[in-house]
Design a protein around this ligand. Sequence first.
Ligand SMILES: Cc1cc2nc3c(=O)[nH]c(=O)nc-3n(C[C@H](O)[C@H](O)[C@H](O)COP(=O)(O)O)c2cc1C
Length: 464
Amino acid sequence: MTELIFNAFVMNTCSHIQHGLWRHPEARQADFNDVAVWIDLVRTLEDGLFDTVFFADVMGLYGPLGGAYEINAREGLQIPSNDPSVLLAALAVNTEHLGLAFTSSIMQAHPFEFARRVSTLDHISKGRIGWNIVTSTQENAARNFGFDRLTPHDDRYDWADEYVEVVYKLWEGSWDDDALLKDRARGVFSDHRKIHKIHHAGKRYRVEGPHLPSPSPQRTPVLFQAGSSGVGRSFAARNAEAQFIVPPHPAAATELINETRAIAQSFGRRPDDIKFLQGMTFVIGSTEAEAKRKEAELESYLSAEGFLAHLNIGVAQDTGRAYPPDMLLKDIRTNGNQSQIEWIRRLVPDREPTVADLGRLVPRRQPRLVGTPEQIADKLTLWQAAGIDGVIVVNWMIPASYREFADHLLPTLQQRGLAKRAYRPGTLRQKLFGSDRLNERHPAAQYRGAFASAEATTARSGMN
Ligand SMILES: Cc1cc2nc3c(=O)[nH]c(=O)nc-3n(C[C@H](O)[C@H](O)[C@H](O)COP(=O)(O)O)c2cc1C
């Protein structure tokens, strides 16, 4: 039995996914401004032998273009929120093994600046950084960066193609491995002949280079992706080393994984070059009855309005106000997530579902495994047989859900061979794939050494 990868899914905000739970007396997510909450969390995660903590992030409000945000503010729905990359620097020095992954949208940072920030974090963490590449789906985010509207869906992925090209050039191609000398005797810190400008000139970006940081332990951070559309999946198949997925059951996971692996092969990658991490949530009890009781108690805190606002449905597009609970779904007009509404309609076959049904069912979007540690291990075995490599553990409460995992679920998973018993040494990529650097099949690898000859002939010793 191969061990699963375990990834803790969080966000530097109060209400990330399980809306309403921040009100629970054991929940500390409301105090997310306090770095001590996060330091406590990452130490808990290392006790639980988690491979990575993964910070989601968004650059604006959920909701209609120019709409109200009363619900967002009331629910703490991803506002207020803080920058995860700044926080990761603090978490890096308070952990030793945990991978530290974060989302950054192609819209939010210029690739030159972003590449430098990531390299800095990879140095600080000694090679434990991961990047979730996102293209952003919020209209408000687009307006925060000077656009009238969100760039059309497929064009965002063209943008992403150029964005990753720039950062790959900087991370993989700009510095030779032996450029940094620190030669005190000769007084040469680094060898300019081995540091290269990249001279990128594309549709959106012109970046001369060189990359300012010297190579970090992983150079390119471990690349995560979560796109699920056709182009999103194709982008992931080319670029991702780990793909976040949320199909509702194991058979759907198998289909998605096989399809994405086949696309990856068409790009010259190997099927196992990508790890598939399935989102799910746990409710653990010492008996099944206790787990069910706990589930009911947790559910009593859930806020349907928060979920509906997050999904951009259940909220009137013009006013930003919640629809009444007894409103029929067929009367909702949305250009948001229509497929979610259809999905819910199928779950309530005997009558036309209402907004209240939507609120009740949406929190079950990701699979929820409820039961004793043995029962949960049985279900995880089925998921593993379906092809997943790991789990994104969606929490109810920080840090309580992960403390519970470490204390009550991990020992059983270890006995069953589903979880590791100790961390392996090395960088995040070393732990996941057995090597510090991206393999040669990845598109970033083509930039290794690619800028060397041009620079060698034009090398100058300028004083600026
Ligand atoms: C587990 C998971 C985590 C995600 N995290 C983020 C995130 O932090 N920020 C974000 O803007 N989108 C996030 N997304 C959304 C995806 O990046 C992507 O935009 C969405 O799945 C739609 O993909 P598509 O445009 O290819 O259809 C996440 C999706 C999943 C499944």
